[in-house]
Every structure is written in C-alpha cells, then in structure tokens.
Design a binder for this molecule. Structure first.
Ligand code: PFF
Length: 448
C-alpha cells in the first residue's frame, strides 16, 4: 500500500522535503521583514520561544496524524475518528487545510514570480537588453501573469513526478544550494561597510517590547506560516515517512533547520539594509521604523546591488535565485496537499490530477493579479491570518481530545520504543490537549 502511494526513501529525504516546505519566502523575506518592523531582536527572541513551545508541538500533532493514517489529510483524520460526528469534523478540518494550502499557493505563486523575474534581470542587464530589464523589474499585469505561470509550471512539473522522484529528489538538490547561497551572501555582506551596525541592530533586543500583544501575534503567525501548519501539508508529508523513523527527533530537526534559516536570513537582510544606508539609501520610513514589506526586497536591496557595480549583478542574481528556490520547495508542498487528496479519494492518476489542480490554482492567481488591490491582501488574510491558526488548533483538538492516548503512544513507539519514558511523552500530550489550543485561541482572538 505504502509503496503504491509513494513514500520518502530515506530519512534525509524527508528532512530536506519538510525543511524545504518550511523554509520559504516566509523565512527569507517574512521573518527579516517582521523583525525589522517589530523591534529587532525582541521579535527574534519571542519568535524562537513560540516556534519551539507552540509551533513544534502543533507540528508534531500534524506529522503524527499523517504517519498513523498513511493517507491524505482527510482520510488520515478520519482514521482517528470514532463516530460519525468525528468523521464529519475530520472532513472539515482536513479539507479546510487543503483549501488553505491551495489559497496560499495562489498568492505565493505571484510573489515567487516576482522573485524569478528579478533573478533574470541581472542577465538581461549583462547582455545589454535594457528594455527587457526594466520590464522585468516594473510592476505590470503581463509580467505578473507570465512569471506566475512559469513558476506554477515548475511546481506542477515536480509534483507530477511523485513523492520520491519529484518532491524528495528536488528538495535534496535545492535545499543544499539554498543553504550554500545564503551563507555565501552573508559572508560577502559582512565584508561591506555598515554591516556591523546592522548586525548590532539585529541582535540587540528591546526587552520592553517582548510582551506587546501585536508582537506576540505577529511572531505566532510567522511561526505557523513558517512551519506550514494548518494546511494539511505536514499531515501528508508525515504520511510518507517510514514507520521505522523516530518522529520526535525528525520533527525537532526540521523545526531547528527552519528556525536557523530564518535566523540566518535575518543576518543577511538586516545588515544588508545598513550597508545600503552607508551607501546613501534611505532605510527608515516616515515613522522612523525600518522599511519593510515589498519596498525592502524590491527597492532597498536592488539599489544596494546596483551600487556594487558589476559584482552587484552576481549578488542580485544569487539573492533572487535563493528566493526562487526557497519558494519552489515550499510551493511543491502546497500543491501536494490537494493532489494527494484527489488522487487517493477520487482515484484519478497523479499526473492528470496535478495538471488540473495546478491550472485551477493558477486561474485563482490570475484572478488575483487582475484584481490585485481587492484580492491579494484578502487571499493572504483568509489563508494565513484565519485559516492556518484555526486549522492547526483543530488538529491539536483532534490529537488531544479525540485520539486515544494509547493509540498515540503506539504510533510514537514505532521507530522510538523508549518514547514512553521520555520528556517528550511527559509533556507533549497535555500540552497538545490544553496549552496549544488555548494559546492559539487567545492569540487568534486578539488578532481579530
Ligand atoms: N513555510 C513556507 C514559508 O515559510 O515560506 C510557506 C508555506 C509552505 C505555507 C507550505 C504553507 C504551506 F502549506
């Protein structure tokens, strides 16, 4: 059964794929941006605490549901259900997560398209095609449609190949490239004037801001987005892990990689901003906060790269390729959620299902591009502000209140027969039952 539906062939394959899903624009763009607009290191500190104390337990819940169910999100949740009501609830939670993944992909594909067009621009500039360069870097409907379509085609072509030949193989190729590029860029930026000041700004916490509700909400949202929670993605990736693997350590390793890469991305972006300042670029907005959001990535950094002369072309190329790779390893996981559901529940061939669903999601992206002001922010809010926390919370409720404790223990024991005596087993069950749902509910309530 497992072989016919695909599975990760190795431990490292799973780690790269799950870390690939987790590490994306959220880490390399979102995290530094949020850090810049939320008091620097205070945000980093809160983020680290919430990632390990709230996101990791919820992440474990989703992985465990998938590994137990060995199926798509809906079927896996239904296998835990004990009566008709639970089964209906399972459908709402599982299908909600799948819709959430599809909606995230519809706006994420647009952002990734921007990254790809900015990655090609240094090449056209090098070749002297100035008109093409300015088309690639200025906002237009045509450019957005073309590059979103290209990015979706890449995503579709990987998912069509299946779990081992597609997701695993490509994550194993792309993730080391991503980490290598990130480290090279950091080393280079640190040789430039102004980087030290940025480094200090990044790592000097303003402790008084640590308990600000807005900061807490942003940090939790960021942690959930980063670990791809509440989207069915980690349930389906969990279902492809062998029963011989120790889930507790695998989950911790993926969380650690995710958090470390976000931290490294901060080490690249914040010092880069101060380097740009040393070159005369304005990096503070009218209210005195660091510039964040799209302006940071598409104005401040390109201005910095331009100021570096010809080496700037290579640095700019490296930076936007880094962004594109990060986006691709995440987007494939978003597409896998709906595809696995349709393949398993409706018996449709993977290639066909992938193409149809991919095109369907691209059509939503196109609708967003054509009505950008009205729909872009709306798609982000529905999926990330409401959808993800709500569904992640309901997955915790499933594990904490519906699934029998003994069955959970038996599942965890596979690949880890001493788990019963571990600290994890002493804390995690009641944590998932009480602390996670309550904390997520409080933060969610506040964000409304
Ligand atoms: N974790 C990805 C990032 O940080 O960019 C985003 C993401 C991937 C969200 C997969 C949701 C998802 F299902």
């Amino acid at each position: 059964m497992a072989a016919s539906r695909g599975a990760f062939s190795s431990r490292i394959g799973f780690i790269m794929a799950a870390a690939g899903s987790a590490v994306g624009l959220g880490n390399i763009w979102g995290f530094p941006t949020q850090t810049a607009s939320n008091g620097g290191a205070a945000f980093v500190l809160v983020y680290l605490v919430l990632a390990f104390c709230l996101a990791y337990p919820a992440f474990m819940a989703e992985l465990l549901i998938g590994r137990y169910g060995q199926a798509n999100a809906v079927t896996s949740l239904q296998k835990i259900s004990r009566n008709l009501l639970h089964k209906r609830f399972a459908f709402v939670v599982g299908f909600g997560g799948i819709i959430c993944a599809a909606l995230i992909l519809s706006f994420y594909g647009i952002l990734a398209g921007w990254m790809m067009s900015f990655a090609i621009e240094p090449i056209t500039t090098l070749l002297g095609f100035n008109e093409a360069s300015s088309w690639l870097t200025s906002q237009s409907m045509e450019r957005n449609l073309v590059f979103t379509a290209l990015f979706m085609m890449l995503t579709i072509s990987i998912i069509r190949r299946g779990v081992e030949q597609g997701i695993e193989k490509w994550s194993k190729r792309l993730m080391p490239m991503l980490i290598g590029l990130l480290v090279l860029l950091i080393i280079y930026v640190f040789t430039l004037e102004g980087a030290k000041e940025g480094f200090e700004a990044y790592l000097n916490p303003d402790i008084s801001r640590v308990f600000e509700p807005d900061l807490l909400i942003s940090a939790l949202g960021q942690a959930f987005f980063s670990l791809s929670l509440g989207t069915s993605v980690m349930v389906i990736y969990g279902s492809y892990i062998s029963k011989k693997e120790n889930l507790v350590t695998l989950g911790a390793q993926v969380t650690l990689i995710d958090v470390s890469i976000a931290f490294l991305a901060g080490l690249l972006i914040i010092p880069s901003m101060y380097v740009a300042q040393a070159q005369g670029v304005a990096i503070f907005d009218a209210e005195g906060g660091l510039i964040s959001g799209p302006n940071l990535v598409f104005d401040v950094l390109p201005t910095l790269f331009n100021g570096m002369g010809s080496i700037g072309l290579f640095v700019g190329f490296g930076f936007f390729i880094l962004m594109s790779i990060a986006a691709l390893t995440s987007s494939i996981s978003m597409l896998e959620g709906p595809v696995s559901f349709v393949v398993e529940r409706h018996n449709i061939a993977r290639k066909k299902a992938t193409t149809f669903i991919g095109i369907g999601i691209f059509m939503i992206s196109a609708l967003i591009v054509l009505n950008f002001d009205a729909l872009f922010g709306l798609a982000i809010s529905i999926s990330t502000v409401y959808g993800q926390p709500l569904i992640a919370m309901l997955c915790c409720v499933f594990v904490g209140w519906i699934w029998f404790r003994n069955d959970i223990l038996n599942e965890l024991k596979q690949g880890n027969d001493m788990v019963e005596h571990s600290l994890f087993w002493k804390i995690w069950p009641w944590y998932t039952k009480f602390v996670c749902p309550t904390a997520i509910a409080i933060v969610f309530w506040h964000s409304l």
